[in-house]
Design a protein around this ligand. Structure first.
Ligand SMILES: [Ca+2]
Ligand SMILES: [Ca+2]
Ligand SMILES: [Ca+2]
Length: 478
């Protein structure tokens, strides 16, 4: 039984009255059941997992005492280092024990000519990734890594355009080539621009870029770059890009960054991409119908690719990303039809051709803040923290609420979602509360939002990133 809200009842009643007034039987009218609160609350105390954590590393505040805007963190197994980014445009290398943190590359330095745009909350160095052959000499990917960054430089012609009139700024995918991958700081030349995107609106820009880490050299997916490209912004997909297969926005793309048969000659289109050979669709598209695909990850147990998708006004979702899949946006938000910043509770998941969420929650949940955004996920298949085993861990960016569902969850909705909390000497805390405690102890301004992102370690470790205290925390055994 779905929860009905007063607004839903009124909407149905109104439709009934209108139908009666124009002389139709009510059975002839299918009223929308618009809702701004489609799911029951996530159960706040049921099956809560409390997990230990350690303060793993500390990233410096800038010269004006602003905390680093920690955004993304990956492992580079070839050189046995972790890398973490500050969204303003700095990449740090880090030892596997977190004790040594070294600036690796500053994208804001004039010599690179990038003009990083990091004003506002959604722009800057969005993501980065190392080629799987980064540390393997005499291979095509040797020394190569990629950054996905917003720029105020809109002079060159863009490769990807939204179709709208507006151009807020540009988003570029850059390829860097280190001369010596093991060097402590980047020692190569200026980056090569792989593609340039003209962003129509300031929000919803690049999401993540990543190589499938589960594929060995020679595998079909090896060295192919997965790229989240959001719907361009504003709200409600005004340019209707999500379902448009001739448009690059609102997609998960997959390219060969070392190839050259793409339209601009600077990257390749893998022959195994799902729409290759289909004249009605762009060959770079791997999946479509996404709004703001912030983060994705592969489940190491079965290879399944999973997305953390930020919703419009009502629904945040975790969804699989199958090749060629349509994830529904801007027609559907989560399991429901999207209607003018609300959702229609009628006929959920009623299009058999679409890919539906495996878990989702709504913005009206009492655990969350006014702003809601799903910005990270990890599938824990390790065994050092038994309570997390075989679970998808995910989290809400502003509130810092951490959640889990079983890794084989399906069916959507919020009923299977449970909370994950952090153990402290003062009892179980949310991630935001932990950050606030640190701010208070340090005499800093106390954060009002967590700005949660996840990092991934060499052995499946899960790190928690934020933009308010410079501390990288790692989930840990008791
Ligand atoms: Ca709700
Ligand atoms: Ca945008
Ligand atoms: Ca969707």
């Amino acid at each position: 039984m779905k929860r009905m809200l007063h607004s839903t009842v009124y909407s149905t009643l109104l439709a009934t009255l209108i139908a009666a007034a124009i002389g139709l039987g009510t059975t002839a009218v299918v009223a929308q059941q618009l809702s701004a609160d489609p799911f029951p609350p996530i159960e706040a105390t049921r099956d809560v997992i409390a997990v230990n954590f350690v303060e793993f590393a500390s990233i410096p505040f800038d010269e004006d005492e602003f905390a680093p805007r920690l955004m993304h963190m990956v492992t580079e197994p070839g050189t046995q280092r972790l890398f973490i980014s500050n969204m303003i445009g700095i990449l740090y290398g880090m030892s596997y024990d977190g004790q040594s943190v070294t600036p690796y590359l500053n994208l804001t330095e004039e010599q690179w000519g990038i003009d990083v745009m990091s004003a506002g909350s959604e722009r800057g160095l969005q993501s980065f990734v190392f080629h799987p052959q980064f540390a393997q000499s005499a291979t095509p990917g040797y020394g190569k890594f990629y950054t996905y960054v917003d720029t105020s430089n809109t002079e060159p012609a863009a490769d990807f355009v939204s179709g709208g009139e507006r151009r807020s700024h540009d988003l570029v995918l850059l390829e860097w080539t280190a001369a010596n991958p093991a060097a402590a700081t980047y020692d190569g030349g200026a980056p090569r621009e792989v593609f340039r995107v003209a962003e129509p609106f300031p929000n919803h820009n690049g999401g993540q870029i990543a190589f499938n880490p589960l594929i060995a050299a020679g595998g079909d997916d090896f060295g192919l770059l997965y790229i989240g490209l959001a719907d361009g912004g504003s709200g409600g997909d005004p340019l209707q890009v999500g379902q448009n297969l001739q448009n690059y926005f609102g997609k998960i793309l997959r390219i060969d960054p070392l190839g050259s048969d793409g339209p601009n000659g600077k990257y390749g289109i893998p022959a195994s991409n799902p729409f290759v050979g289909n004249a009605a669709a762009l060959g770079e598209i791997y999946a479509y119908g996404v709004r703001n695909p912030q983060r994705f990850t592969w489940d190491s147990a079965n290879g399944r690719l999973l997305l953390a998708e930020i919703g419009q006004n009502q629904v945040e979702e975790i969804s699989p990303i199958p090749a060629g899949g349509n994830l529904g946006w801007g027609t559907w938000e989560g399991s429901y039809r999207y209607v003018e910043r609300q959702v229609d509770l009628n006929n959920p998941r009623s299009d058999a051709a679409l890919v539906w969420p495996i878990a989702e929650y709504d913005h009206a949940d009492p655990l969350l803040q006014r702003q809601v955004a799903l910005t990270g996920l990890a599938v824990y298949r390790g065994n050092s923290i038994p309570a997390l085993q075989d679970k998808i861990i995910f989290g809400d960016n502003p509130s810092g609420e951490l959640f889990y569902v079983a890794a084989d969850a399906d069916g959507g909705g919020s009923a299977a979602i449970r909370r994950l909390q952090l153990k402290t000497a003062d009892g179980n805390r949310t991630f935001l509360q932990v950050i606030q405690d640190t701010n208070t102890a340090a005499g800093d301004d106390v954060a009002q939002r967590a700005d949660l992102r996840f990092g991934a370690g060499p052995n499946g470790e899960i790190y928690l990133l934020n933009k308010h205290d410079g501390i990288v925390r790692m989930l840990a055994p008791d």
